[in-house]
Design a protein around this ligand. Sequence first.
Ligand code: LMR
Length: 394
Amino acid sequence: MLTDLKAQPADKILQLMQFYREDPRDNKIDLGVGVYKDATGLTPVMRAVKAAEKRIWEEQKSKSYTGLAGDPAYSAAMRDLILADSVDAGRVAAAATPGGTGALRQAFELIKLANPDATIFVSNPTWPNHLSIIKFLGLPMVQYRYFDDKSCDVDFDGMMASLAAVKAGDVVLLHGCCHNPTGANLTLEQFAQVADLIVEKGAMPLVDIAYQGFGDGLEEDAAATRLIASKVPEMLLAASCSKNFGIYRERTGILMAISADASQTANTQGTLSYLNRQNYSFPPDHGARIVSTILSDADLTADWKSELEEVRLGMLSLRTQLANELRLRTNSDRFDFIATHRGMFSRIGASPEEVQSMRDTHAIYMVGDSRMNIAGLNAQTIPLLAEAISVTCK
Ligand code: LMR
């Protein structure tokens, strides 16, 4: 049996992590996987997370199972954090999942259950694992135009032209904020137009929000998701706590499903619980409990928000510094978009050969499509990267 297994394609982001680890050069710079690092290269445990873990350790009396959909307090806290009052809470079903990827997987499974003929429209480009999971599940998929390689901005006309092909019952996957891999984002006005088109077509949005708090602020980054939720009858929402709570390895995510009518919610909730049972039974609890402990305590919430804001402002400052360095070195405004992109990533428009050359010659690791993790930079590495880009990129 096992001899019949075919080798599977490697995930490009994870493969890059491996290449980086194996590179013996001291001056190597990791701008690959989307993990936040401070100026010393550490991915710190946030203060509020430490405090919440201490409290859980002291107060938790049992590690027996939670519900199949996880702890309702976690679901309610996440619903408030992301959706606020944009929809009636009675319309929102939710299930805790192992990370944002688990939420996406369950979302795609739910789509397959509800309408196996649904075509999922995904941005071109998108996070590679979106494509991989959709293909793995055998769901029909179409990529819509999203990024203009020349301006490194959103090609909104192209996007709307592609989405004209959406049909009733299809699903449009949108990045709620901080588009991965490009860093180029729709304006709220553009999100509103997309939501209107989805409603007009009788389709459903699936919003993936994995970087809330990394772009323009915690509330600002949720604004598009809230706007869409307020406009559409039905919506799926996959969220991750990996980045904004810094709890990557705890695998903490959530899938929310908003029904058109509160009378449908119990059935939708039952389906989410059923899907959890089929895939892994009870979802992991520790990360979810950290999150609900923080969000149910005013002091911990305030401390978490202030640390998250420091992280966000730090990344913005790195963006500005890099754009300035590139301005000086290229004597042009060609890379100014780096300062206007938002979130952890920017796709800088280098060719695969140029990306490879930066790796070979300058020990700089970015994903092959020229996505770089801004949080992997610091004051020392910015001039090195700017130099490498300016001598390599045509
Ligand atoms: C990324 O895009 O680098 C992150 O979301 C990590 C991952 O799992 O790919």
